[in-house]
Design a protein around this ligand. Structure first.
Ligand code: PA5
Length: 471
């Protein structure tokens, strides 16, 4: 059976469509191919040498086996699955759930194929309190999946400590041990120590894979499989995309082309990269991409230690919602953006628009049409309007949104990020600026040690509200 491939449509970035001032000419594309080709070879070589272990997640059957075994063990007794995690330890989980389960999954038992899923990727007190109020006595039917690669992240650690105390108070040590599942480093970190101490069940964040590249590991697969998502198809999609993004012909490699186009525009005054899905299912994939792109590519130094302060700014928009919020700016504001639309040809559900009321014959043109036709027409209309204003537009085409195509999309954008990192000559796999913020939080929260105390003093003096500047 020929399965549907996610494709990147690139015509509307060309000079033929939007003119030479803003479009890419044949000569420029050729130059990009020349620059990118050696990087395809380099990335393939690094991958073979085991230097980019995220690339092999789709073939790690050991991980999916372990995840499925755990799901089988606990699913029948679990009515609520709570994920505690942040950044790369949560955004993929949210994105998979929105993409592959129905909108009313949590609320409608008939649409639910697993436990309700709640992903807390923030530490807002009223939010968590409201949830715990709702949960009430349901602790024994609730699994808390605490995800942290480092084990050190203050947000996740504090969420865990709240849940731990609740479980110990209400269900005792056995209940605590039973209802917590950790996902963390195999050998190191506080969360691993806690896991060993509690004797609770645990999954592993694979070695050498930065958080934002872990969605196809136990980090993302466990909550997905618990909620009935077909993780085998997800991984098959990623594997099939792997063949395409490893291709050593630049013109046939969608990740290399995608990265090269983004790189070109960054260097030609379009430093903002807008991703705009026309599908509610894909809405949170845009958030996942935003983190992947920002944290991987926003760097102060290149690989030769030159100060570069580089990185495209990823922006998420949603069609059609943001047509009524952002498109005025996108068309008439500065021409400093590259647009990437996500378009779906076939929706898993569709609905017809009803007839026009007799008093409103002007609405007849909408009558009896499918809502998907309106949504996709709006996408084309927006793209047309942007092209009229000479704004470059890419489109990622999904024949349909299912686990197989979502697996392809995830892998396509992960490898695009690696190519973009290579083109910008930066390390896309670290996040030193995020680490500083984490350390600063520890200092402010009273972590002991001379260096933290001094650090806290520095932060307080810089962030103290100064009455002279208060208006
Ligand atoms: O991509 C990353 O590395 C980060 O976004 C991390 O996922 C995030 O900071 C959470 O870190 P941890 O999983 O160590 O708690």
């Amino acid at each position: 059976m020929v399965r549907s491939q996610v494709k990147l449509s690139c015509k509307n970035i060309t000079a033929d469509v939007i003119g030479e001032e803003h479009g890419i000419t044949d000569a420029q594309l050729k130059a990009l191919a020349g620059k990118t080709l050696p990087l395809i070879l380099k990335l393939n070589k690094e991958r073979k040498a085991g230097e980019t272990p995220y690339r092999d997640l789709p073939v790690r059957t050991d991980i999916s086996k372990q995840v499925k075994a755990l799901v089988n063990e606990i699913k029948d007794d679990c009515e609520n699955l709570v994920v505690f995690g942040i950044g790369g330890s949560a955004l993929g989980n949210i994105a998979l759930q929105t993409a592959l389960n129905p909108y009313m999954y949590n609320l409608d038992d008939r649409q639910r194929t697993g436990p309700r899923l709640f992903v807390f990727d923030n530490i807002d007190p009223p939010q968590l309190c409201s949830f715990l109020d709702w949960l009430g006595d349901g602790l024994d039917k609730t699994i808390f999946n605490v995800i942290s690669k480092s084990g050190w992240t203050a947000e996740t650690a504090s969420q865990f400590m709240i849940a731990r105390q609740l479980l110990l108070d209400k269900l005792g040590p056995d209940g605590y041990k039973k209802q917590i599942i950790t996902t963390t480093d195999a050998n190191e970190g506080i969360l691993r120590d806690i896991t060993d101490d509690a004797g609770c069940r645990s999954l592993v964040v694979p070695d050498g894979v930065p958080g934002r590249f872990t969605v196809l590991s136990a980090v993302g697969l466990f909550s997905a499989a618990m909620c009935g998502i077909d993780i085998d198809s997800l991984l098959t999609g990623a594997r099939d995309m792997d063949t395409r993004v490893s291709c050593e012909d630049f013109y046939k490699n969608p990740a290399a082309i995608n990265a090269a186009i983004n790189y070109h525009y960054y260097n030609h005054g379009k430093k903002i990269s807008v991703i705009m899905p026309y599908s509610y299912h894909l809405k949170d994939m845009a958030d996942w991409y935003r983190q992947l792109w920002a944290e991987s590519l926003g760097k102060s130094r290149d690989l030769d230690d030159n100060k570069v302060n580089i990185g495209p700014t990823p922006v998420r928009a949603l069609g059609t919602t943001d047509q009524h919020s952002q498109v005025q700016l996108y068309r008439e504001g500065p021409n400093d953006k590259l647009f990437t639309f996500l378009q779906v040809n076939n929706f898993d559900r569709d609905i017809k628009i009803g007839p026009a009321p007799d008093c409103a014959p002007e609405l007849e043109f909408l009558a009896d049409k499918k809502l998907s036709e309106l949504l996709n027409s709006e996408k084309k209309a927006t793209e047309y309007a942007l092209l009229e204003s000479k704004r470059p537009c890419l489109t990622v085409l999904f024949d349909r949104v299912d686990a197989y195509t979502v697996g392809q999309f995830i892998y396509l954008f992960e490898v695009t990020t690696s190519f973009a990192g290579a083109l910008f000559n930066i390390n896309p796999y670290d996040q030193p600026a995020v680490e500083l913020g984490k350390e600063a939080t520890f200092a402010l929260m009273g972590k002991t040690g001379d260096e933290y105390e001094e650090f806290a003093r520095q932060i307080q003096s810089l962030t103290k509200v100064d009455e002279n500047f208060l208006v």
